[in-house]
Design a protein around this ligand. Sequence first.
Ligand code: GYE
Length: 335
Amino acid sequence: MKISHILILCTLFASSLGPVACIQRPDSLSTLLPDSNSNARLEKKYEDLIVGYAQLGAESEWRAANTISIKETAEQLGVELRFLDAQQKQDNQIEAVRKLIIQKVDIIGISPIVETGWEEVFQEAKNAGIPIILVDRRADVPEDFYVSYLGSDFLEEGRKAARIMADLVNEKASIVELVGTIGSAPANDRYLGFREILKEYPQMHIIDSESGDFTRARGREVMAAFLKKYGNEITAVYAHNDDMALGAIDAIEEYGLNPGQDIKIVSIDAARGAFEAMIAGKLNATVECNPLLGPQFFELALKVVNGQPIPKWVPSIEGIFFPEDASEILPTRKY
Ligand code: GYE
């Protein structure tokens, strides 16, 4: 790895990733310099890499930002990227991995749409000697099927959302929950993390919970159905992402209530749309989930290809945002 690349990466982290740490810095730059006693001269550089990426789809603002981050970073680093979009279907994503195996890419990044069903195709990649990095979402496979998971702590995001909600509603609420894609890691863990904390608040109840598939359109439909069924009984919404919260806001307004006031809303992602909704007083808080994973992903990929050790989990560091800070922060948001 060239020193200039390390500098580029660290600059990228500092400028575009905000709170995400520059991971796994080499102990000393001298370890990266060609050395006649080592294989350093044989080490691959970013320009030598062919990286396959099996993206799950384009369901949300988060995903759009994530895709841009992967593509832009590849271009900046000079990596040859083979990017495939599975359009929210696991079968397509499995096929995408197979295509990348046939193309003999050096390494594959994948955001698995759901947690289960990956063993067969991951085994095929393993047989072909192509390492896999899980990006953004985990897969439920034995640890030796992937080299690293780069992404968020979704359980913790669910816990954070519950704690904020408790504050907003004075520890008393009838909550409806908009769940993400069924079977996906973020939906599973945001569901569990929220409930873990809710146990501490006997007067906060989830009265209904249904999937809005992480999209604005489904969030709106599900929320409209909840309102039809429960009407004014609903005092709070927990949405597993901002897009569904924005859909719920539309449905609440159509129903004639004031989102953010009559019904408190907490969501996850901290995308620009959420900041705009907070500024308009319609959303009460958003828990950050950082999609700008491109720089960390390619740094990991290069290390793996060069046989350097990497952590099994590279977590993102994330915050929580509230309406009072939204106007100040919005102009600096990168997604
Ligand atoms: O929260 C949601 C997206 O996997 C963390 O997927 C990601 C989630 C994100 O559709 O908006």
